[in-house]
Design a protein around this ligand. Structure first.
Ligand code: ADP
Ligand code: MG
Length: 634
């Protein structure tokens, strides 16, 4: 019950958008449930008509007994009225239905042929329409929910994505919502149809003979306890199943995105071992969940048949007629399916609740980097980008940047050097506002970047990083990602500027090629030039290069460097270099160590100073020109 409340509270904002269909679906569910009762009535009516008519003496005896009973216990208004309606219905139906011993006419023949098909068709149609409406609503609810979920994920900051694995994200977007979908489309429609069926059929049975009904239903309450226990078990199994399923997804992503290393180090057997462990656990969990789900059926079956046994004995004992017996059997059979389904519903709800709980937890998360409600718009980059005493630490770590101050005037080409781990990429992440500084300020044109509109602020920047990221879209679309709505001319101009046009045109499908399908035909350098074309089309005043050529070989680096130099013209550039020789043309270089600037100056100056920059440079075979001359002289 708690599950239901939880799911409903979670789902209502989505459900209420489709109120019309939802209500129609519920009403159809009611009709479906109620239509089941008509079968009890139909069987009884048909069997009464098909049995040989009782003898006059028996009828008289029955009537006398009824009168005696009525005198002892006068019938209430309700009973008299109901009897009247029943008699009216019977007399209205009489000319349309065949009776044993009466001559058949056309109407009775057609009535006899069509009575059951009409009832079955009606019940089937409303059942179908009910399921259709519920699925209509559920499909849309899940679509909205998934979009909201992705929206939420997009709003979350980098710290969330640093923490979660890809498998986890996939589990949220697919698995959790899928459980809710199943619960809504199957669970919700069963939740209406089946209880109504039970009530309607039970009412019809009570109507026919309440004593017999009480007897046949007396075991039903005993199934509540096993259902409760089993559905709890199912929830537990489902929860750990989700967990393991996510682990499996993560592992697939991990292993196959690093397949080169796996192969090179012959790690296949070890990875298989990891998979095997997960699958072993999945087998155990799968069996537990099957036990929980499938034990419910035999329990319900046994209990219902026990009720039937009592009915048979009772009928023998009280000499009830065949029509009574037949209508009772129909009733019990009709009750059997809904009770069985009702038994399964808690399992759906338990599962959906697991999903809902996890999604609620996700929806409750707040991004650590938030845009202000009244964010200031920013139309361009005019004067300078400044860091004022910025300190930043990743959660639970010592600061990666310490009291960092720096001014980058518009048009400056700034080089950043430093050992790996010295905080260079962190600096870039802060400029792009992936994180907010722990203390201190970052300003663009005098505005604290936390006050600026995120889109405007990031719109002034183009990033080319060492990870070459292309989406599974055509090359044209990939380049256009730099500037939504870019025209074909702009895209081609950007590709030309990035020295990419030629090789793109040489591809069989040209700009319509997807990098994925051409992965083998595109070299690393070519892919990086597509990324540069993307940065070109953005035409942003600030260009951020984070070791853009680090993952490339010497030849590719040469090709890409030419494109980068072209892109850097007339822009403010922050260039993190892994190869210091690429910094020769910068206006200034800062050298970082352990989150601080330890040296700064022009390329030659720094080499001459023989400090940490010169040290780094020596490792890469670079030396100051004067030293070089001196060396040659000796
Ligand atoms: P660089 O780019 O100069 O190699 P980084 O800025 O990437 O250095 O890293 C600076 C420090 O911050 C390192 O000690 C690194 O371990 C740490 N670091 C970087 N990224 C994260 C992260 N996402 N979570 C926690 N610590 C990080
Ligand atoms: Mg880095």
């Amino acid at each position: 019950m708690n599950n239901l409340k939880n799911i409903f509270r979670f789902g209502w904002p989505y459900l209420k958008r489709y109120k019309g269909r939802l209500i129609t679906g519920i009403l159809l569910g009611f009709l479906f449930g109620a239509s089941n009762a008509s079968f009890v009535w139909a069987t009884k009516t048909l069997f009464t008509r098909l049995s040989p008519p009782p003898s006059q003496e028996k009828l008289a005896a029955d009537r006398a007994e009824q009168e005696r009973a009525d005198q002892k216990n006068p019938p209430g208004v309700f009973k008299t009225e109901a009897k009247k309606i029943q008699r009216y219905l019977e007399s209205a139906m009489d000319p349309l239905l065949p009776t044993m011993g009466r001559k058949l006419d056309w109407r009775q023949m057609i009535g006899g042929l069509l009575l059951l098909p009409i009832l079955v068709c009606f019940r089937g149609s409303v059942g179908y329409l009910n399921t259709y409406c519920m699925a209509w609503v559920s499909e849309r609810v899940i679509k909205d929910l998934r979009l909201d979920l992705l929206h939420k994920l997009n709003s979350l900051s980098m710290d969330y994505f640093n923490k979660s694995t890809l498998g986890e994200l996939m589990g949220r977007v697919n698995g959790d919502t899928q459980a809710l979908y199943r619960c809504m489309s199957l669970g919700f429609s069963d939740l209406i149809k089946e209880p109504i069926t039970v009530l309607a059929v039970a009412a019809a049975l009570f109507w026919a003979d309440w004593k017999l009904t009480m007897l046949s239903l007396m075991f039903v309450p005993t199934i509540v306890i096993p259902i409760r226990i089993l559905s709890k078990k199912a929830k537990k199994a489902f929860k750990s199943g989700m967990q393991e399923g996510m682990g499996q997804d993560s592992l697939v992503v991990e292993v196959y995105s690093s397949i080169k290393i796996v192969k090179a180090f012959c790690l296949e057997p070890f990875q298989m071992e990891r998979f095997k462990k997960i699958y072993d656990r999945l087998v155990r969990i799968g069996m537990k969940s099957t036990q929980a789900k499938e034990l419910i059926n035999p329990i319900i079956e046994t209990v219902s048949v026990m009720g039937l046994g009592v009915v048979i004995i009772f009928i023998c004992y009280t000499h009830k007629s065949i029509p009574d017996m037949a209508s009772f059997l129909t009733g019990v059979v009709l009750l059997y399916t809904p009770i069985k389904k009702l038994g399964g519903i808690p399992v759906y709800f338990q599962q959906a609740n697991v999903g809902a709980e996890r999604l609620m937890a996700l929806f409750a998360l707040e991004p650590t980097v938030k845009e202000k409600v009244d964010a200031t718009p920013l139309t361009g980059f005019k004067t300078e980008l400044t860091f004022e005493n910025v300190t930043f630490a990743y959660p639970g770590k010592s600061p990666a940047l310490k009291n960092f101050s720096l001014t980058i005037p518009r048009g400056m080409k700034l080089g950043i050097a430093g050992e790996s781990g010295s905080g260079k990429s962190t600096l870039v992440s802060l400029v792009l506002r992936f994180y907010d500084p722990t203390s201190g300020l970052i300003k663009i044109d005098g505005h604290d970047i936390r006050d600026l509109s995120m889109t405007d602020m990031r719109g002034q920047m183009a990033l080319v990083s060492q990870d070459i990221v292309l989406f599974d879209q055509t090359i044209a679309e990939n380049i256009a990602n730099g500037k939504p709505g870019a025209t074909r001319e702009e895209i081609e101009a950007a590709a030309r500027a990035a020295y990419a046009h030629e090789f793109i045109m040489a591809l069989p499908k040209g700009y319509e090629t997807r990098p994925g399908e051409m992965a083998k035909n595109l070299s690393g350098g070519q892919k990086q030039r597509l990324c540069i074309a993307r940065a070109f089309v953005r035409n942003a005043p600030i260009l951020i290069l984070d070791e853009a050529t680090a993952s490339l070989d010497a030849v590719a680096e040469g090709e890409v460097q030419a494109a980068i130099d072209h892109l850097a013209e007339h822009r403010t550039v922050i260039c993190i270099a892994h190869r210091l020789s690429t910094l020769t043309n910068t206006d200034r270089i800062i050298v970082m160590d352990n989150g601080r600037i330890v040296e700064q100056g022009h390329f030659e100056e720094l080499l001459q100073a023989d400090g940490s920059f010169a040290n780094l440079a020596r490792k890469q075979g670079l030396q100051a020109k004067k030293n070089l001359v001196a060396q040659r002289a000796t």
